[in-house]
Write a protein that binds this ligand. Structure first.
Ligand SMILES: Nc1nc2c(ncn2[C@@H]2O[C@H](COP(=O)(O)OP(=O)(O)OP(=O)(O)O)[C@@H](O)[C@H]2O)c(=O)[nH]1
Ligand SMILES: [Mg+2]
Length: 526
């Protein structure tokens, strides 16, 4: 018996040893697989519930063998469901970071619905239909899952408590392509993690969120890069003339014109005029142009008087007796008006006529010259003077106020009649010694002025240019206008130099004009 007992003891020891070695070999295999397959990514703890139906079975040799290793879909049924504090806990295989990530990807409310209703889910290929195309990868990931299940099984026992886990066949070892594919799939769906997550889950979520954000940023940058600005070929607003895009014909024309004719504008031309020193000194001596009252005061003129510059400096008298030229001290008397040439009075006196466009200041000048305000009617409405008005100045001179031409508030035929009358008068009038052609300093000469000049040139009527309303422009512009006219008419034979400059309002240049005109009366012989 003792030998039998000792034999039995030895046998049992051997059996135990055999069992231990088989167990050790299983553990070694699992460890080897883990090393080879998980690539160090499955470092997080996985939990496996149950010994059966969770991806493992024992073969005939009592060796543990993963289920579904033939590549088939494997369905895992939740073995139990515990409702504690109102939360649904699903008992599933692993909860690796990879699986959680994949689960997040799949996410989806439908998934959760399915999960909570059937208490079952597809372990493999449950994430997306697109993944089916990459079957080889799926196989690899299946292995990873199974290994993780093994690990979970080993550790789950120790933990004794199993929480919700989501299994997916997509592991951490996903290739770049796979990730891109995931990103594409996740485009439409917003990711949500429904099941309660532990701290590692949170980290995984953060990481995956970061990855997805980066991917989204990449997509956005790609979109930004791809953004193309469409140019309307017919819209010339944003085009440079030399950008090579076909431009409208009119624009081309303008460009050509600019290149060919670098013409200065009329204003620029006017500003470029350099008046002669004599003109400039005349303007300054007579205080022509727009002046400040303080300047007139300093020069000794009494600004309380009308036409103060027509008075003697430092004098308070403005009576006509103080006029230097005797002839202009005479009383101005209206004696004839003519609408037609047959109504002209007999030419008994030498005549000085005042011609010019409507509203240029003809009638005002007559009043200023004689310092008899109101004898000749004045109006700011062009076309007041509609007849040729004859004024006697004493017994030696006749001043003639002509109707204006050009712009006037009158019918065309009436204006034409006035023009014809003026033309007839200046070209045929016996006794006409001089025509003062009045030009508005601001606007200069107009075509109608040139017409009349031509006529007077043809009829050899002496005429002198007189710039009016000099007080509305700067002194330099008065000088420029005088210079401009002198230059343009210097070839004209009937023109009497110099160009006179006056202002009926301030009286500037009036005395000079009187001096010139009084000479006519003095030497006039009828
Ligand atoms: N600032 C300024 N205004 C003036 C001057 N001379 C005349 N005026 C004004 O110009 C306007 C026209 O003056 P008129 O003397 O009637 O002109 P006109 O050439 O006789 O006009 P028609 O009779 O229509 O041809 C009036 O309002 C005058 O006050 C001047 O030297 N300076
Ligand atoms: Mg008038």
């Amino acid at each position: 018996m003792s030998t039998e007992a000792s034999l039995r003891g030895k046998l049992s020891k051997k059996l135990k040893l055999a069992v231990n070695t088989s167990n050790n070999s299983k553990k070694g295999k699992a460890q080897a697989r883990r090393k080879n397959g998980l690539k160090g990514d499955l470092k997080t703890k996985e939990f496996q519930s149950g010994e059966q139906g969770n991806g493992w079975e024992f073969d005939e040799g009592k060796n543990m063998k993963p289920l579904g290793s033939n590549g088939r879909k494997k369905r895992i049924y939740a073995q139990a469901e515990q409702k504690t504090d109102g939360k649904v806990k699903s008992y599933l295989g692993t909860s690796t970071r990879a699986s959680r990530k994949a689960a997040k990807k799949v996410n989806s409310d439908e998934f959760v619905k399915e999960n909570t209703s059937d208490r079952s889910m597809w372990v493999s290929n449950a994430t997306s239909q697109a993944k089916r195309s990459s079957s080889s990868k799926i196989k690899i990931t299946k292995e990873k899952v199974q290994l993780s299940n093994a690990k979970g099984k080993a550790q789950g026992k120790e933990m004794g408590k199993i929480e919700s886990v989501m299994i997916d066949d997509s592991g951490n070892g996903l290739s770049k392509k796979h990730r891109q594919h995931k990103a594409e799939l996740s485009k439409g769906k917003k990711q949500k993690v429904v099941s309660p997550l532990n701290s590692t889950k949170g980290k995984a979520r953060d990481k995956t969120g970061l990855d997805d954000d980066l991917e989204m940023q990449d997509d956005q940058t790609k979109k930004k890069k791809k953004r193309v600005i469409r140019i309307d070929p017919y819209d010339t607003s944003n085009k440079r003339l030399d950008d090579g895009i076909v431009i409208d014909g009119s624009v081309k024309k303008k460009k050509k014109e600019l290149e060919e004719k670098p013409e200065m504008s009329k204003n620029a031309q006017f500003r470029a005029i350099q008046p002669s020193p004599s003109i400039l000194s005349f303007v300054e001596d007579n205080l022509l142009g727009r002046r400040r009252l303080i300047e007139l005061k300093r020069a000794g003129y009494n600004i309380d008087l009308s036409a103060p510059l027509d008075n003697v400096p430092f004098s308070t008298s403005s009576e006509r007796e103080r006029i230097e030229e005797n002839i202009f001290r005479n009383k101005l008397e209206f004696f004839a008006a003519a609408k037609v040439s047959s109504s002209f009075p007999p030419p008994n006196l030498p005549e000085i006529a005042f011609a010019g466009r409507s509203n240029v200041g003809k009638s005002s000048l007559l009043n200023s010259l004689t310092r008899q305000w109101g004898v000749v009617r004045v109006s700011d409405k062009p076309g007041l003077t509609q007849t040729i008005n004859f004024f006697k100045l004493g017994s030696k001179l006749c001043l003639v106020d002509l109707p204006g031409y050009g712009f006037a508030y009158a019918k065309e035929e009436v204006k034409e009649a006035w023009e014809d009358l003026v033309k007839e008068y200046v070209s045929t009038r016996v006794g006409l010694r001089r025509v003062c052609l009045l030009i508005d300093t601001k606007w200069g000469m107009k075509p109608r002025d040139h017409e009349l000049i031509e006529l007077m040139e043809r009829s050899q009527t002496k005429y002198q240019i007189c710039l009016t309303k000099t007080d509305v422009v700067f002194p330099i512009d008065v000088a420029r206008r005088a210079m401009q006219i002198e230059e343009s008419l210097k070839e004209n034979k009937s023109l009497v130099q110099p160009v006179m400059m006056v202002s009926s309002k301030t009286g500037a240049g009036i005395r000079s004009l009187r001096t010139v005109l009084s000479k006519i009366a003095r030497f006039a012989k009828l």
